[in-house]
Design a protein around this ligand. Structure first.
Ligand code: ADP
Ligand code: ASP
Ligand code: MG
Length: 441
């Protein structure tokens, strides 16, 4: 089986959804289609949820009406026959009745997560009935029947695998199965999600769970580019990446993939292919365990980073000090991205600021603590990069006078991470594009 995931822009307009139908039909063999919500929907649902949590009911209703009008127009355009027009209008009225029911009741975190799930539930229904109108036999397989996360919000791959293996035999007749990206159930059996951009993660989890032949992520760009195309004008697609390279790029900000997408696919050795819905003939990017060594493949940047510096004379010639420091971060379930140490100081970076004040207070017992917000990690990625002669020279030579706050090198063979002030990020990405790839910025 092949897993085909289509993102928000690929399903955002009726003509695009029809194109997705064509692409799915062209793909030979059995396939599971994973869909995101129509583009803009999840952002609007977030806005509605925020209004409702803050008690701004009128503002929430304005957004609901706007979204409903958009969905009505979408349904009118998508379907052709009067029978399917009625089905389309029924889909829209059912979803918006539910959204209004959620908005009218006591609105809490649980209702918020249920609200966020409506985007993927609606888009998959549109696609299912669109294929039915074309006379195609297909099945809708609800993600809420098999996709789950545990109390630490980690997907339960074994359980997902068991449930899918139990469900699939009843769908042996259909070549096309359709399911929702992003949404899942949590350990309390409530509706939850895999965080923003999570449909990629769904596709990879399903691919790993059923040991698919391949996971294809179809989006609005022709594969992973060598640099962030939202910042740098001249970027080029990369034909092949190893799982490790792609994983680092996704984790360090290449928005084309949800940060955790590669993990399950890599665990089960399922190749991931990135393709462009708007240019299907473009080769895209193949992510697998094959790789070439020693070349710089790409650069990504992750924003919203906080650098914490701990200056302590206790560190001098002492052992066990770093363990105690790390225990503080563990207590607050806050992952550390970069670390750099000297004899009397250690700097770490985090991107989750929810417990920042408590962490800083807890660290005070070690010495003088500073926390600097608005930092960005720039990550230079390539297979066995650390073995490339003169690689640091190339990186720092390219960066010229950009002030570098921290460097991490050697921890992973595949990555050189540099911390800069957020205000320097764009300049750094452009300089690296020239210096490392000889491309214009
Ligand atoms: P989808 O809605 O299909 O999930 P996303 O918007 O999440 O699509 O991801 C695709 C976008 O990722 C591209 O339009 C591009 O602007 C952005 N992007 C950021 N970094 C990269 C990169 N290194 N390579 C390709 N795309 C990137
Ligand atoms: N619809 C969700 C979001 O916008 C998930 C996804 O598109 O991957 O974040
Ligand atoms: Mg995405």
């Amino acid at each position: 089986m092949i897993i085909l995931k289509f993102g928000g822009t690929s399903v955002g307009k009726p003509e695009r959804l029809r194109k997705v139908g064509d692409l799915v039909l062209k793909t030979p063999g059995k396939k599971m289609v994973v869909l995101s919500a129509l583009s803009g929907t999840t952002n609007t649902l977030v806005a509605i949820g925020d209004h409702l949590l803050a008690g701004r009911r009128a503002e929430a209703e304005t957004e609901i009406v706007r979204l409903e009008n958009h969905y009505q127009a979408y349904a009118r355009d998508l379907f052709h026959s009067s029978e399917y027009h009625a089905i389309g209008q029924d889909i829209v009225s059912r979803y918006f009745s539910l959204i209004r029911l959620l908005a009218a009741g006591h609105f809490d975190d649980r209702s918020y997560r249920e609200l966020l799930a409506q985007g993927e539930l609606a888009s998959t229904e549109f696609f299912y009935y669109h294929l039915r109108e074309r006379g195609i036999d297909c099945r809708l397989l609800p993600a809420l029947h098999f996709m789950s996360i545990d109390e630490n919000q980690e997907p339960e791959l074994e359980k997902i695998s068991e449930r899918l293996r139990a469900l699939l035999p009843s769908m042996a007749k259909q070549e096309i199965l359709i399911t929702q990206g992003y949404i899942c159930r949590n350990h309390r059996n409530e509706i939850d999600n895999l965080k923003r951009g999570g449909s990629d993660y769904t596709a990879s989890l399903i691919g790993a769970a059923i040991q698919a032949e391949e996971v294809q992520i179809w989006t609005d760009i022709d594969g992973m580019h060598n640099n962030d195309p939202r910042v740098v004008k001249h970027t080029v697609p990369i034909a092949e990446l190893t799982f490790d390279e792609a994983s680092e790029l996704a984790y360090f900000g290449a928005k084309i993939l949800h940060p955790s997408t590669i993990v399950p696919a890599q665990k089960r050795g399922v190749p991931v292919r990135l393709k462009n819905t708007l240019a299907e003939e473009a080769p895209g990017t193949l992510i697998s365990d094959r790789g070439t060594s020693g070349t710089v493949k790409a650069i990504a940047a992750k924003d919203g980073i906080i650098a914490i510096n701990i200056k302590s004379s206790r560190m001098l010639l002492a052992y066990g000090f770093l363990r105690e420091v790390f225990e503080v971060f563990e207590r607050y379930k806050t992952p550390i991205d970069m670390i750099s140490t000297s004899e009397v100081a250690v700097s770490v970076t985090i991107d989750d600021d929810r417990n920042l004040d408590a962490i800083v207070a807890d660290l005070q017992r070690f010495g003088a603590i500073t926390a600097e917000r608005n930092q960005s990690i720039i990550c230079v990625v390539g297979n066995k990069l650390a073995e490339r002669e003169g690689v640091l020279n190339e990186v720092f030579g390219s960066l010229g006078t950009v002030p570098v706050r921290m460097v991490s090198f050697g921890g992973s063979l595949n990555n050189i991470s540099i911390l800069v002030d957020a205000g320097q990020k764009e300049r750094a990405l452009r300089l690296l594009n020239r210096g490392l790839f000889h491309l214009e910025d």
